[in-house]
Write a protein that binds this ligand. Sequence first.
Ligand SMILES: *Cc1c(COP(=O)(O)O)cnc(C)c1O
Length: 400
Amino acid sequence: MSDTYFSQYPNDEGFFGDFGGAFIPPELQPHMEKIAAEYMRVSCTPEFIEELTYIRKHFQGRPTPIHFARNISADIGGADIYLKREDLNHTGAHKLNHCMGEALLAKYLGKKKLIAETGAGQHGVALATAAAYFGMDCEIHMGEVDIDKEHPNVVRMKLLGATVVPVSFGARTLKEAVDSAFMAYMKDPENILYAIGSVVGPHPFPLMVRNFQRVVGDEAREQFNELTGGLPNHVIACVGGGSNAMGLFSSFMDDPDVALYGVEPMGTSSKLGQNAASISLGEPGVIHGFKTMLIKDAEGEPGPVNSIASGLDYPGVGPEHALLNQLGRVTYESATDEESLEAFYVLSRREGIIPALESAHAVAFAIKLAKGRKGESILINLSGRGDKDLDFVVDTYGYG
Ligand SMILES: *Cc1c(COP(=O)(O)O)cnc(C)c1O
């Protein structure tokens, strides 16, 4: 599948089948085309590859390890569960992988400032870190609801020298933060790079972010083989915009015997406004400059969403996921807030790893899938650590 897959998708206009593309104002088009052309050109040069490789090893602390979750696997008595430890990547999540790549590209493009939105604050922290490393200005837009919920990350961004812009309109979460960051970017696209936080947005971002995240899958494939002498039967990742999932999936796309699963947030129910399961419950539509599966309200506009995990709280999803669902290469499942919370406690207590609530969605589904599958193996992308969620979880739900 893969040779044809990767040469076919995305096409030159950035379409993954019916999805993706660049639905942007005409004045932005030359800027996006320049970013795409420069990315295609420089990302293959030895200098770019060498600098990114150096950064990953000496600044980010890569490769991150794979951990065999012995205790949980024994408790379940089914498939063996392994975790790719992106929680140990510098700044505590997978997001720095694409932020360092985007910032490096910004340097090549001669940009002076990085702008982005953030939900849980992880992308904001990662981008502020990248901006500090490269000596660039950084402006992060964040919904007021998330600012209250994710206070430690707001403090981190400010310490790292970024300006945090509170977003006070609409639902005051991730979608509005994107709208706000986009408006700020439009004022000076010549000198600013809008460093999108996932495999979303107009072409070339879904392609670029996927390729920067692929380091996760390439490492994991080799490490898993070294540990077990083979490939996993099942590969699982949570899906918000879908960058940690695409990073891991990309390296297994070519292996038809490896089943891939994306786990969407089912919140408190499948009713509109109580989840953010865009593929499971959405329909085709356009948001933030690209076509994808979208949760819509009665008027057909991007609808209200909710998840216990701020980083998954987005009405759209990366266009490549919409395609992979259509092709049947990836199976999209979901986990509720309650199941994810349970997985959060279980992983903490039984493995000594406190996961991000986002990552706990993948763990929750893995625990279900593992049952009755003795002799099989599951690889999970543990996309981030739970430090940012501690106060919220313990204040709201106690110690489990
Ligand atoms: C942001 C975030 C996610 C969701 O983003 P994707 O692009 O879907 O990967 C998942 N896990 C963690 C820890 C995050 O910070």
